[in-house]
Design a protein. Structure first.
Length: 313
């Protein structure tokens, strides 16, 4: 059975659909979400509620892998995801493998591959961290624009992690990061080895879903943020750079009002969803499900369409 991949922008219903597919196929789910990997980050990452049993995270009794397993101070990347996902697939022969998530680079690393680039070093990370503190994210991005304008044009100013990585590659190799990448980035997954399904919500409908979710998760996200800060986790820890958490920190410090914080998080989430749509629009081999209202997000009928599509390619 070829793997099924449920992808799309944040708040599009990927988890719900993956769980329904798993129920109907006796499948397992591998999360392709770069922030659900962290323990103690649940509300703000929309991590599916589950429980650990015999070393497996179960959601409604279904094995759900690569969530809730990393300490909040750890770093995880696409290469580590691909390696772990291959191990999980190998350990579950005969089971339908279902990927669910919106971190496009993770899925690309697993199904297509990645360029082999030099790993981070403590020295370059320390150098760039000091530069970030001195110049801020705008100054850091300006440095990247000087060294590698192609990479800078592709990386938002607010994405500090990607900016630092691109600068790090410049420092380590003496070349612009954009010149180190091969065509693997632009290669599409082989449709004979995977079945991609893209949830394409009408923009106003998706914006409304994002707003509703932001309102609903705000209080529990602030509570878990406060708990982590009370435990001594630094506000700039990798996990607390996740979407919405820096704003939660600012709210808890009294720097933003409740309404300002909610609106900032909703805006950033909409911007993130736009970037996700741009990424997944390249996957022309995917089954695109056009969605406008809750009524046409009928899980059982959609699941039938997906299984027919998977069998036909």
């Amino acid at each position: 059975m070829k793997p099924l991949v449920i992808c799309g922008p944040t708040a599009s219903g990927k988890t719900e659909l993956a769980l329904e597919l798993a129920r109907q196929t006796n499948g397992i789910i591998i999360s392709a979400d770069s922030r659900q990997v962290y323990t103690h980050l649940t509300a703000g990452t929309a991590k599916p509620k589950g429980m650990w049993q015999n070393g497996v995270y179960l959601v409604e009794g279904i094995p759900y892998y690569l969530v809730d397993f990393l300490p909040v101070t750890a770093v995880f990347n696409a290469g580590a995801f691909a390696e772990r996902a291959r191990e999980i697939a190998a350990q579950n022969p005969g089971r339908q493998i279902i990927f669910a998530g919106g971190t496009g680079m993770y899925l690309h690393a697993y199904f297509v591959g990645m360029d082999t680039l030099p790993p981070s070093t403590p020295q370059t990370r320390a150098q760039l961290t000091a530069l970030l503190k001195e110049k801020g994210k705008e100054g850091l991005h300006a440095d990247l624009a000087q060294r590698d304008p192609v990479s800078a044009a592709a990386i938002p100013v607010g994405n500090v992690q990607r900016t630092m990585r691109a600068l790090e590659l410049c420092l380590l190799t003496g070349q612009p990061a954009s010149q180190l990448k091969s065509g693997v980035f632009h290669t599409l997954p082989d449709p004979e080895k995977s079945a991609f399904v893209y949830l394409n919500w009408d923009k106003p409908a998706l914006d409304a879903r994002i707003q509703t979710r932001t309102e609903n998760i705000f209080d529990p996200m602030c509570a878990e943020t406060q708990t982590l800060l009370n435990q001594g986790v630094a506000a700039d820890a990798p996990s607390l750079k996740s979407l919405g958490y820096p704003q939660a920190v600012a709210f808890l410090r009294g720097e933003l009002t409740r309404r300002q914080t909610i609106e900032q998080i909703a805006l950033l989430t909409r911007q993130y969803a736009k970037r996700q749509r741009t990424w997944f629009n390249r996957y022309t081999q995917a089954l695109v499900l056009e969605l406008q209202t809750p009524q046409n997000f009928d899980l059982k009928n959609i699941t039938k369409d997906i299984l027919r599509f998977s069998a036909s390619i």
